[in-house]
Design a protein around this ligand. Structure first.
Ligand SMILES: Nc1ncnc2c1ncn2[C@@H]1O[C@H](COP(=O)(O)OP(=O)(O)OP(=O)(O)O)[C@@H](O)[C@H]1O
Ligand SMILES: [Mg+2]
Length: 451
């Protein structure tokens, strides 16, 4: 009987995993796929994020973790004891804990809580020595040294932590090709995740599954409605729908994937073609192909982004994207390209490489604010769209921010961050020239004057 009880207890992880929803399952699959280095469950409260992350991390420790140091990180010590520490204690087979014990008051120890799972001892000579340490954001803020460790294998972060702490974790796991598991709501304390996790780029190795309270199998309608009532209305978007509440910092709050992102096939057939370019020195270079239809609506049709490529390479790739589409004007570019720089005039380099360019109106004449407001109006009126192939530009629409002061409040004037705005800058230069639909006369070339 005792043995049967023990076996049942040892199967806690399997019981949890058997209950997994498809979303929770996808987290597990992503972890074992070998494709990702950051695996995140984000979304509303009580949606099953911690439940699935705990079972996954416990399984990893029990079955396939290699000898070494593992970290579990959360905001505060009390949360650690009742959260991550308790979860691992309850999920993992007790036989693996050896002399280590958890209790509700001090967890695995009131200072530097940790346990060694499957410890190598005289009785257990083949033990793997899995060292699991519990750390907190509070501890990091107090003493960054406590996060200096030779190397960490993998890490589970439950609840929001700071970008600095996350960076500290990342530098520790990199040498071991380690992974970070994240289970949190998009709290204001972790706005940085909006960029790093939510709008990660394809090669960032990020897997994200968004979970909502209604995904949780134990959430009944009655519970859900009580839960909704308990949340102040201004926090509902975040706590229920898992939305980042950072609208104050985002420039293009009007941009909405559902309304503004289209497929190529949604773009009208009769359009005029334009292109624009923002050359990056330290930033990426961005080139956009834009269609204007008869009503004057704009469609960013394709994009080309590159880093540290000579104009000749850029131009080859750009011509391939442009294909047979005839532009009304040469590519409209940042007027700074006509100023001589260390490398000489970039405008000439592009011309020589085979990409004719004309300058947009300089920002001193057509203010940045003015251009931004035009784009905001176009978005609001649903007269500016972006095709789904333009993943970099879409990301910028979500990420470009106002600068903030030390208290994290937006500054009043001339206050845009100079990052995540490469394609947006190119688009802004094109709009200063007011591109319009032009009727093409059969058999004749157009000569559209541009100032
Ligand atoms: N697949 C499941 N089967 C059974 N119970 C589940 C499942 N997923 C979650 N639960 C239960 O639902 C409750 C909420 O889950 P969990 O604590 O993981 O939510 P969370 O998303 O981490 O929420 P919070 O944002 O509040 O931390 C827990 O009691 C958990 O045991
Ligand atoms: Mg949780």
């Amino acid at each position: 009987m005792k043995e049967a009880e023990q076996a049942a207890k040892d199967a806690e992880i399997e019981v949890c995993i058997a209950n997994f929803t498809d979303k929770q399952d996808s987290l597990l699959k992503a972890w074992y796929s070998g494709t990702y280095s950051k695996i995140a469950a984000m979304g509303g409260n009580r949606s099953g994020k911690t439940y699935s992350a705990a079972a996954l991390f416990a399984k990893h420790i029990r079955d396939d973790a290699r000898p070494g140091e593992y970290w579990c990180v959360c905001p505060k010590a009390e949360i650690s004891v009742k959260g991550q520490q308790k979860a691992l204690w309850e999920l993992l087979p007790k036989s693996g804990f050896g002399k280590f014990k958890w209790n509700a008051k001090s967890g695995f120890g009131s200072t530097n809580p940790m346990f060694i799972y499957d410890e190598c001892t005289a009785e257990n000579p083949d033990g793997r020595n899995i060292e699991v340490y519990f750390k907190t954001l509070a501890q990091y803020d107090d003493d960054m040294q406590s996060f200096e460790s030779m190397s960490v294998m993998d890490c589970w972060i439950d609840e929001a932590v700071s970008e600095e702490l996350f960076a500290a974790v990342e530098t520790r796991i990199i040498l071991n090709d380690g992974k970070v598991l994240i289970s949190t709501i998009p709290s204001q304390a972790a706005e940085w995740m909006y960029e790093v996790i939510h709008h990660a780029q394809d090669d960032d190795g990020v897997f994200l599954v968004e979970m909502f309270p209604e995904d949780n199998p134990i959430m009944t309608e009655e519970k859900l409605s009580r839960f909704i009532k308990a949340i102040p209305s201004h926090l509902r978007e975040m706590r229920l729908a898992g939305k980042f509440l950072m609208a104050g910092a985002r420039v293009y709050v009007e941009f909405d994937t559902d309304r503004h992102v289209l497929k190529h096939t949604d773009v009208p057939k009769e359009v005029s073609w334009y292109a624009c370019l923002d050359e990056g020195m330290d930033h990426p270079t961005a080139w956009l192909l834009v269609a204007v239809d008869k009503s004057g609506a704009l469609y960013v049709y394709d994009e080309y982004y590159s880093r540290n490529q000579p104009p000749t390479e850029d131009v080859k790739a750009i011509s391939a994207i442009q294909g047979k589409k005839k532009l009304v004007w040469p590519t409209v570019a940042d007027p700074a390209l006509w100023q001589s720089r260390k490398t000489g005039m970039s405008a000439i380099a592009y011309q020589d490489a085979g990409l004719p360019v004309i300058p947009g109106v300089s920002t001193t004449k057509f203010g940045e604010d003015q251009a931004v407001y035009r784009i905001k109006d176009l978005l609001r009126e649903e007269r500016l769209f972006v095709c789904e192939s333009c993943t970099n530009l879409i990301r910028e629409f979500h990420l470009w921010k106002y600068k903030r002061d030390r208290q994290n409040k937006p500054l009043q004037k001339d206050a845009y961050e100079d990052r995540n705005n490469d394609g947006l800058d190119a688009l802004r230069y094109l709009l200063t020239k007011v591109p319009r639909y032009v009727e093409r006369k059969r058999g004749s070339f157009m000569s559209i004057p541009f100032d």
